[in-house]
Ligand binder design. Sequence first.
Ligand code: GLU
Length: 457
Amino acid sequence: MTVTVRFAPSPTGLIHIGNTRTALFNWLFAKQRSGQFILRFDDTDVARSRQDYADAIFRDLEWLGIRPDRIEYQSKRFAAYDAAVERLKKAGLLYACYETAEELELRRKIRLSRRLPPVYGREALKLADAEKATLEREGRKPHWRFLLPNFASDPFETSRTDICWNDIVRGEETVDLASLSDPVLVREDGTYLYTLPSVVDDTDFGVSHIIRGDDHVTNTGVQIALFRALGAEPPAFGHHNLLTTISGEGLSKRTGALSVSGLRESGIEPMAVASLAVLTGTSENIAAVRSLDELAARFDPSHTSKSASKFDPAELDVLNRTLLHGMTFDEVKERLAALGIAGDGAEPFWRAVHGNLDRFSDAAVWWRIISDGPVEKPQLGDDDLGFVRVAFDLLPPEPWDRDTWKVWTDQVKQESGRKGRALFMPLRLALTGRPSGPELADLLPLTGRERILARRP
Ligand code: GLU
């Protein structure tokens, strides 16, 4: 069987790290099985869906290394959904309801006060054609509910009907259809809720595994029933736990919380995002994994915890640094060239600085410091100023190598009587303008005598 998965965001905002978790779970699952990955835009809500959000989602996935094998838009598939609706209506499985939200709420309260489960009582099923006609003459439009198969012969006598599946993430799962209201599939204005289009698409596109957040577990009971009502074999399901902020709030696409594009713009590496998005809330240690292939080798959906997991953005900085420190020159050569860092000096430069980078773009700052001197003018007190001037006069002649720093500072130490921080810090400040950074032993030969002398204060 070909494994086919899909990631199905609504293009109503930017995707955040929680959506990334869903996308990557699908991608890694498919990758492990040489499967297909479909990007499906759930844009039946035409008013809120936007092409620029769809484009942004595509770009974010691409940046993470996810390249869909196929892209679909639900807004182009209304004919298929309309056909499914007709089939359900003909089979007597989709029925017209006319209640307003207030009426439904009142009934819910009455049921609760009678200690009955607050589910829809299928009152509309009892409406005769003449009654429906009257309601429609009064201007009411129907919304349409799917008759759940939770009864033997009388829909008003429901009985426990367990829908069971072996969840790829959570193991054995059961939803009792008698505990649910018949879901509305079509609103009174004719627009579709998510359930039916999703099931029709999953069938038509041959989706074999639906992997998504565990906020959909209950929907799965309904969807399995709907697959069957439409004569289709339900796919396998997996529901991963959701990520929350440190204070336990859910992430929302609408608020732009921790959006992937925001993280990208702040200079976080894609594999830092992917590592954290996938490994948080699993039994695996969170580590800076260097590629999606490596992540796929570690990924096991059944190692995912069942409860929501807090996600700490500060970890992204740590992972980011670890990734940068582990990158070889060959891996970053082109990215460095794009920053204007090229030529013979580029490789030793990368080796000298990569252990000190928080963000890749910091490399450009160090390149500039080496080429043009401190960005910020060093602030040196009178004592230090005098000391630095003397030290500069003691700079050894070229050629320089990694030992030059020691040779130089040994001599400066002898001449000045300074040692430790009092010796090194003013020199570091004079050379780089910064109190910390790459080893000066590396920076010295990269900079060269002439450029250093030009920095003599
Ligand atoms: N558009 C749905 C969502 O974002 C897709 C859910 C699913 O994967 O079935 O929640």
